[in-house]
Design a protein around this ligand. Structure first.
Ligand SMILES: [Zn+2]
Length: 263
């Protein structure tokens, strides 16, 4: 019998030859790529971030904005919370650490209070705690670190290194609505009316068949509709000037779909 599938070893050998020909140096054990970290505040917020060489650790950033005491702090990437610790009046005070895998962790310190517990998985934009001035802090701010293998590294947001050294404004795109979603129309038979706007008072412009797949570009509220999936005032925009009642659409979510923008 002839095995036409090349062995993994053979493929690796071929890869090494190609790489060698291109004179590219590949580390023996490639480090896992860093997660795409985002600014640790909600979508759209602007925060002043300061780095300074006498900071401990030097690569940390201190974040401030006006009246920031108690403002929400969010996970800068998805991961698992592995520390929710109160050091009292020293050091970080109340801090959270998130393990992002691959040896990468992030630290959020001087919090006034926590919004997560150890072992909890978090996603981009999820509130983990609130800005405060606990520990060795002289005023409300967020002390933030990115670590690799336990060592604080220069912070990057969306792959771009923060300003070292100095103070700069950072605008968060963390947890911003990012895209469309898929849905399936379910009317138990009859076609669903497509309307020019988000409500039964808008003109019918078309129909979609029962069972049709739709792409939801954004969602908004309109007239309340009793449908296959209960009562809802959410309307889904499935094209320019084309809206359908979400009560007839299977989206996997009871209310608004996470990540889908409001119209
Ligand atoms: Zn600090």
């Amino acid at each position: 019998m002839v095995n036409l599938r090349p062995s993994r070893r053979a493929m690796m050998r071929a890869f090494a030859v190609i790489v060698g020909a291109a004179a590219v140096v590949v580390p023996a054990t490639a480090a896992l790529a860093a997660p795409t970290f985002k600014v640790p505040f909600p979508c759209g917020q602007v925060w002043s971030g300061q780095t300074r060489s006498d900071h401990s650790p030097a690569n940390a950033i201190d974040f401030n904005r006006a009246n920031d005491d108690g403002d929400p702090v969010v996970a800068s990437a998805s991961g698992t919370v592995d520390r929710v610790t109160d050091l009292g009046n020293t050091s970080y005070g109340k801090y959270v650490r998130i393990d992002h895998g691959g040896g990468y962790t992030t630290y959020y310190a001087h919090l006034s209070r926590f919004n997560v517990s150890v072992g909890q998985t978090v996603r981009y934009g999820q509130v983990i705690g609130y800005v405060g001035t606990t520990g060795g802090s002289t005023g409300p701010h967020l002390h933030y670190e990115q670590r690799s293998g336990g060592t604080a590294v220069k912070v990057k947001f969306n792959g771009t290194q923060a300003l070292y050294w100095g103070t700069k404004n950072y605008t968060s795109d963390n947890g911003c609505p990012s895209g469309s979603a898929n849905g399936t129309v379910n009317t138990s038979g009859t076609p669903l009316t497509v309307r020019s706007g988000p409500g039964t008072n808008y003109a019918p412009v078309d129909t979609v068949a029962d069972g049709a797949a739709v792409t939801i570009a954004c969602q908004t509220t309109g007239t309340t509709v009793d449908g296959t999936y209960g009562t809802s005032n959410i309307w889904d925009r499935i094209g320019s000037g084309r809206f359908i009642a979400d009560a007839y659409v299977l989206t996997g979510y009871d209310g608004f779909i996470p990540g889908v923008p409001r119209c």
